[in-house]
Design a protein around this ligand. Structure first.
Ligand SMILES: C[S@@+](CC[C@H](N)C(=O)[O-])C[C@H]1O[C@@H](n2cnc3c(N)ncnc32)[C@H](O)[C@@H]1O
Length: 200
């Protein structure tokens, strides 16, 4: 008798943009077994580490690509950008916002999660505000909120950045850390703004 391979069906897809070592992907894949977790990681070393971290988790996939360079025919239910390190907010930030808008289902949400002191090192608070303007220009409606440490979902708390908390590089920074995360919640309107749409 012919053995048919079981093809998993998921409730939806969560995209982790810049998944780093894959620690958040791993936590999400374990917490949301009926969702497909796709991580995008362009840095070869991080990508290889993430492949190992998610090894054996059937609902997690990591791809060695930037979000701008990634192609898919499927719509995404939720996108995450955790501790982004924009190279150039004007070009890369805009390309990311537009690509995520195109990938998301109408009504779906894009969460950008960062730490203001972290953003101050790699980006800048002004850069976060600029990213909010870019998100709005791409068609998102945007809300910014500060979330205290004890309210941060445990799946996010495992982020690579938190693993660095005790490294010498971070110890100094930590002195200035407030225990709050900044979460930018960008929602794609229910009516698609773009003229060119794929057919469901
Ligand atoms: C500071 S790390 C954060 C990693 C992870 N999100 C975490 O919180 O542990 C930022 C990651 O984004 C990746 N990255 C940079 N530009 C990207 C892009 N355009 N698309 C996807 N990932 C990107 C980097 O290679 C890096 O691994």
């Amino acid at each position: 008798m012919e053995r048919k391979e079981k093809i998993p069906t998921y409730k939806g897809t969560i995209l982790d943009i810049g998944s780093g070592y894959g620690l958040v992907m791993e936590a999400l894949a374990k917490a949301y077994k009926d969702y497909h977790i796709i991580g995008l990681e362009p840095a070869k070393r991080n990508y290889r580490l993430a492949v190992n971290v998610i090894n054996g988790l059937p609902n997690a996939t990591v791809v060695n690509a930037t979000v701008q360079g990634w192609e898919t025919k499927d719509y995404i239910d939720q996108a995450l950008l955790i501790f982004p390190d924009f190279r150039d907010i004007k070009t890369e930030g805009r390309a990311i916002a537009e690509k995520v808008y195109e990938l998301l289902k109408p009504g779906a949400e894009f969460f950008i999660i960062t730490h203001i002191p972290y953003a101050g090192v790699y980006a800048d608070i002004a850069i976060l505000d600029e990213f909010i303007s870019i998100l709005k220009m791409a068609g998102f409606s945007v809300k910014k909120q500060e979330v205290p440490f004890d309210k941060i979902p445990k799946e996010i708390k495992v982020s690579t950045i938190y693993q660095w908390y005790d490294s010498p590089q971070y110890r100094k920074l930590k002195e200035n850390f407030s225990d709050e995360l900044t979460i930018i919640r960008a929602t794609k309107g229910l009516l698609p703004l773009a003229t060119e749409r794929r057919v469901f």
